[in-house]
Design a protein around this ligand. Structure first.
Ligand SMILES: Cc1cc2nc3c(=O)[nH]c(=O)nc-3n(C[C@H](O)[C@H](O)[C@H](O)COP(=O)(O)OP(=O)(O)OC[C@H]3O[C@@H](n4cnc5c(N)ncnc54)[C@H](O)[C@@H]3O)c2cc1C
Length: 412
C-alpha cells in the first residue's frame, strides 16, 4: 500500500473533524493517481483536504484523506496568453508571489490567501467587485484524477465539462493541476474609512459602480470590529456613531508606486487583498441577487438589533458578478454576498436559521464552504444545472468514491 495509516484531521477553526482509515500525501500526479486507484480497489472513499478553511463537512471521510500540500508550484506558464498552470496544492498566496515574478496577477482574490488553489475554486470562493466573478471563473483548464487513477484533462474545448468542474466541491475527482487565466500585474490602491449605515446604503450603487472593489463590514456594537480584527477607523470616520456603523473599503487599480499611509496603501495586487482573521468564528454566507442586496442587509441588521442582540459579529457585505459554472453560487446571478458568524461554543443555530429564513426569500444561494441549511431539494430548486451535475458525477464516479454523507445528500 502507498497509503499510510490514517488519523485525526480537523479544519482551521475546529468545527469539522474526522478520523480517516488511511491518509496519503503524494508528491506528484503519478503518485496521486496510484493512491486513488489503490483506495478505489479497496472500496474506500477518498476525500482531499485543501487548507481546511471550509466551515462545512466538505472534507471529512472515514476512508482515505489526501493532502496535496506536497504538490505545489508553477507547472507551466504561457506568457503570451497569460495562462499559468499550478499544481493543485499551491496556496493562493504562493500563486500570487509566483505570478508577481512573472509580471502577472490574479484577477481577484478573497479575504485570505491561505487556501489551496484547488480548494478555493472548488467551493466558489470569491472576493468583492460588482464586475468581477468568483475565482473559479479564472480556471480555464484542469487535470482530474478519476477513481481508477486515470487522468481526465478538462479545457475550453468541452465548455460544459469545464463549467461543471470549475465549482465541483471535490466530487468529480481529485484535481491535480489547474490552469488559470491571469492578467498583467497591477497595483491596488486601498482606502479604508467608517461611515453611517444609512449613508452607506444611499451610496451603495455609486460606490459599487465607481470602484473595482467595494465592500463593507456592518458593526452592530463597538466590540464587533475586534472579533474580525478590523482596524480602528475612528480617525477616518464620517459619522459620530460608535455603534451601528460600517467599516468601508475600496480597492482600485493604479499606476502609482507602492506606498503605505494610515488607512491607505498601494502595493502589488496579491499583497493588498488578504486581511487577518483568527479562528474565533463559524460563518454562514449566502449570495443574494444584487437587486435585493440592500433590502436583505436591512432585514438581517434589524434581526440583529432586535431579536439576536447577543450576536455581534459584523455582517460582511460584498459584490460578485454572475458566472456560468454549474454549481457556482453566482450561477448567472449578479450578487451581493452577505455573511454573518456565530462564536465557537455559543448556541448560534437559531440565529443562523433566522438569517437563512430571511435570505431564502430572495432565492439566495449559500457558499459551499460556509454554514448553510440546504438539502437535496433545495439544491435542485436553486441550481438549474443540479441534475446535470449529479448525472455527470454518477457517470465519472458510479461507486460514489468521492462522496461523504454530506456530499451524498447534496449531490448523490
Ligand atoms: C478566515 C477565512 C476567510 C475566508 N475568506 C473567504 C473569502 O474572502 N471569500 C470566500 O468566498 N470564501 C472565504 N472563505 C472560505 C474559503 O475560501 C473556502 O471554504 C475554501 O474552499 C477553502 O479552501 P481550502 O483550500 O481550505 O479547501 P478545504 O476547505 O480544505 O476544501 C474545500 C473543498 O475543496 C475540496 N478540495 C480541496 N482540494 C482539492 C483537490 N485537489 N481536488 C479536489 N477537491 C479538492 C475539498 O475536498 C473540499 O470539498 C474563508 C474561510 C476562512 C476560514
Amino acid at each position: 500500500m502507498n497509503l499510510e495509516k490514517g488519523g485525526h484531521w480537523r479544519n482551521w477553526v475546529g468545527n469539522q473533524s474526522c478520523i480517516s482509515r488511511y491518509k496519503g500525501a503524494p508528491a506528484s500526479e503519478a503518485q496521486l493517481a496510484q493512491m486513488v486507484a489503490e483506495a478505489n480497489a479497496h472500496n474506500l472513499n477518498i476525500r482531499v483536504a485543501g487548507s481546511g478553511h471550509s466551515f462545512t463537512p466538505v472534507v471529512g471521510t472515514g476512508g482515505v484523506l489526501l493532502s496535496l500540500a506536497g504538490m505545489k508550484g508553477v507547472l507551466d506558464a504561457d506568457l503570451a496568453t497569460r495562462r499559468v498552470t499550478f499544481a493543485a496544492g499551491t496556496r493562493i498566496g504562493e500563486a500570487g508571489q509566483a505570478l508577481k515574478s512573472l509580471g502577472l496577477s490574479l484577477t481577484n482574490q478573497g479575504d485570505i490567501d491561505g487556501q489551496a488553489v484547488a480548494g478555493a475554486f472548488a467551493t466558489g470562493t470569491h472576493g468583492t467587485g460588482a464586475k468581477l466573478s468568483c475565482l473559479a471563473s479564472q480556471v480555464v483548464g484542469m487535470r482530474l484524477v478519476q477513481p481508477d487513477g486515470g487522468i481526465l484533462t478538462i479545457g475550453e474545448s468541452d465548455i460544459d465539462m469545464l463549467h461543471a468542474a470549475q465549482v465541483s466541491i471535490g466530487v468529480l475527482g481529485v484535481i491535480s493541476a489547474v490552469t488559470l487565466q491571469t492578467m498583467p500585474a497591477y497595483n491596488l490602491h486601498e482606502k479604508l474609512w467608517r461611515e453611517d449605515f444609512e449613508s452607506c446604503m444611499a451610496r451603495h450603487d455609486e460606490l459599487a459602480a465607481s470602484h473595482r472593489h467595494f465592500g463593507f463590514f456592518w458593526c452592530p456594537v463597538p466590540e464587533s470590529r475586534h472579533l474580525y480584527c478590523l482596524p480602528d477607523l475612528s480617525p477616518v470616520s464620517l459619522t459620530d456613531k460608535t455603534a451601528d456603523y460600517c467599516e468601508m473599503k475600496t480597492l482600485d487599480i493604479t499606476d502609482a508606486p507602492p506606498m503605505v499611509r494610515e488607512f491607505e496603501k498601494i502595493a502589488y495586487s496579491s499583497e493588498v487583498y488578504p486581511i487577518e482573521y483568527v479562528p474565533n468564528f463559524h460563518e454562514l454566507e449566502y449570495a443574494v441577487p444584487i437587486e435585493h442586496g440592500k433590502e436583505a442587509v436591512r432585514a438581517v441588521r434589524e434581526l440583529m438589533l432586535t431579536k439576536h442582540t447577543n450576536c455581534i459579529y459584523p455582517i460582511e457585505y460584498r459584490f460578485t458578478a454572475g458566472d456560468p459554472a454549474w454549481m457556482s453560487p453566482f450561477h448567472h446571478m449578479d450578487s451581493i454576498t452577505l455573511s454573518v458568524s456565530g462564536g465557537p461554543g455559543i448556541d448560534y443555530w437559531e440565529y443562523l436559521k433566522d438569517v437563512d429564513i430571511i435570505l431564502r426569500r430572495y432565492g439566495s444561494r449559500p457558499h459551499w464552504g460556509k454554514l448553510h441549511f440546504l438539502d437535496t431539494d433545495d439544491v435542485s430548486a436553486l441550481y438549474p444545472r443540479a441534475e446535470d451535475f449529479r448525472a455527470l458525477r454518477r457517470k465519472l464516479d458510479p461507486e460514489g468514491r468521492f462522496l461523504n454523507d454530506h456530499l451524498r445528500m447534496l449531490f448523490g
